[in-house]
Design a protein. Structure first.
Length: 276
């Protein structure tokens, strides 16, 4: 394992996601995007300072994909935060926030979360680092991975745009048109596709058991996080739209996250209880 390079990558990712100390959720949102963006740039700089036999264009393309991913994610979330700032200054918002004031987490807990997410973000970027460090010269498999990752980014961006447009027309209903005919969480599916591409792009480069374990654990974690996110989203939607026949008909026939896979609910037990 290239421990010195991984240590450098960890320093970069941990510094960039430290914004979570300002607001806890930033560890997993804005800080996440910053860390992936910075991690991609860091590995590219490592390559420029000490080139390997890995073709420059492969490292450059992967770095660009990470930068695009980070800018899209953190940029989208920052814009949303700024838009919410106006509402937060209203009397209604101040009253609501006062009633629902969240207790601050102990510093020790925040530090533990910071360490965990920093390690996870390093693991997610690691396929790029392993390919560079091992001097892998294969370009066919990385190219296939890049194409899959690009598809994931485009899917996420399109899904977010379609959702925004549909919510403007019908704020009382979930998005059901366009990509949302394919599955109920196409943006989460796009996220899985992006990281599937990253994992695949490094398959021919993983040289040790440790490298394989690092890449596999990172991929499993992101898939788990997406399914967990879809489950929490469905739970909120069930509370809001449980009596909406149109929503129930849509949810019962549309896969929740993976198109063509007949997995329609992640809260099926709870749904059945409500129906009883």
């Amino acid at each position: 394992m290239p421990w010195s390079l991984l240590r450098t990558l960890l320093i970069v990712c941990s510094l960039l996601c430290a914004v979570g100390f300002y607001k806890f959720v930033y560890f997993l949102s804005i800080g996440y995007g910053f860390a992936i963006l910075g991690g991609g740039i860091a590995v590219f700089v490592m390559y420029l300072l000490n080139p390997s036999t890995t073709p420059l264009w492969i490292v450059l393309v992967q770095a660009i994909l990470f930068v695009i991913y980070g800018i899209r994610l953190s940029g989208f979330l920052l814009v949303r935060e700024f838009k919410n700032a106006t509402f937060k200054n209203t009397e209604v918002a101040k009253s609501t926030l006062a009633k629902n004031d969240e207790k601050k987490m102990p510093l020790f807990v925040l530090v533990m979360i910071w360490i965990f997410v920093s390690l996870l973000y390093v693991a997610q970027v690691s396929p790029m680092l392993f390919r560079y460090n091992n001097g892998n010269t294969d370009y066919i498999v990385p190219l296939i991975g890049f194409i899959i990752s690009v598809g994931g980014i485009l899917l996420e961006a399109t899904a977010d745009k379609q959702k925004s447009q549909q919510k403007k027309k019908r704020p009382d209903m979930v998005a059901t048109e366009g990509l949302y005919r394919m599955c109920r969480c196409p943006n989460y599916f796009g996220e899985i596709l992006f990281w599937t591409g990253v994992f695949i792009s490094g398959i021919t480069a993983y040289a040790t058991v440790g490298q394989w374990i690092t890449a596999i654990v990172a991929y499993i974690c992101i898939v788990f996080i997406m399914f967990n996110g879809a489950q929490r989203l469905e739970k909120r939607q069930m509370k809001r739209y449980s009596n909406n026949k149109e929503y129930n008909a849509y949810a019962d026939k549309t896969p929740i996250i993976i198109p063509l896979i007949p997995l329609y609910h992640l809260n099926k037990t709870e749904k059945s209880v409500e129906e009883d």
